[in-house]
Design a protein around this ligand. Structure first.
Ligand code: PEP
Length: 256
């Protein structure tokens, strides 16, 4: 089974539901997505826009998937302000980002919490996008491998090989997120290769050939081709650029 490339626009805490409707419509006008059978295109609006974006996707039969940016790990309960995986699945959400560095940093999410969320996403029959990455200090201290290797092992803890292969792993060096400092293709490719080998050590070499590993960190129309040319990079998680439908469409056009 060949790995199909994957690109997800993470809109973060941007766009009202009305703006989000316009963004997904503009994206679809700029792309003839029927031509994009080499890549799976997904957008991750804020919770308040999921329902509206889902309605547009369904009404216009757009080949665009819907992702959530986070979830709680339980189905329901007294957790004011939280949203459950079951609620997301009912909205036709297909993917959920877990462990984004902004959640780790600003909301204190640790590996155990992220592992709980990841398993809950899978239990609700959605695909987790597990984010991991090192800080600049860690990279300079040559600790990239120990950091992301540890995050990978903890994030996938308790999964069988069949389950683990369904996770999308997103290598996102923290120093490259929202900074304009993209990792070089070699840096990104080497890290993704390291993650694939680590995945193979844990779940078997044949499984590692199938798991999708994507890169995130200041991806744009100018650097997508060089990043995607790397054998072990299977797509991208795109923040800032995905807020501009023109720029996001130009990035996705790499796959035509
Ligand atoms: C992200 O937040 O996942 C991300 C990759 O952001 P940006 O593309 O803006 O660096």
């Amino acid at each position: 089974m060949a790995r199909k490339d994957f690109i997800c626009g993470n809109w973060k805490m941007n766009a009202t539901h009305l703006e989000a409707i316009q963004m997904v419509q503009k994206l679809s006008y700029r792309l003839d997505l029927a031509d994009y059978d080499r890549v799976e295109v997904v957008v991750a609006p804020p919770f308040t826009a999921l329902r509206s974006v889902q309605t547009v996707i369904e009404a216009d039969h757009l080949p665009i998937g819907l992702a959530a940016q986070d979830t709680h790990w339980l189905d329901e309960g007294a957790f004011t302000g939280e949203v459950s995986p079951v609620m997301l699945a009912k909205l036709s959400v297909g993917h959920v980002i877990v462990g984004h560095s902004e959640r780790r940093e600003h909301f204190g999410e640790d590996d155990a919490t992220i592992n709980r969320k990841l398993k809950a996403v899978m239990a609700a029959e959605m695909t987790p996008i597990l984010c991991l990455g090192e800080t600049l200090e860690e990279r300079e201290a040559e600790q990239m491998e120990s950091k992301v290797g540890g995050q990978l092992a903890a994030g996938l803890n308790g999964l069988s090989p069949d389950e683990a292969v369904g996770v999308i792993v997103a290598y996102e060096p923290i120093w490259a997120i929202g900074t304009g400092h993209t990792a070089t293709p070699d840096q990104a490719g080497d890290a993704c290769e390291f993650l694939r080998n680590s995945f193979g050590d844990a779940f078997g070499g044949s499984m590692s050939e199938h798991v999708r590993i994507i890169y995130g960190g200041s991806v744009n129309p100018g650097n997508i081709a060089a990043l995607m040319a790397k054998k072990h990079i299977d797509g991208a998680l795109v923040g800032g650029v995905s807020l501009d439908p023109d720029q996001f469409a130009s990035t996705i056009r790499y796959w035509v």
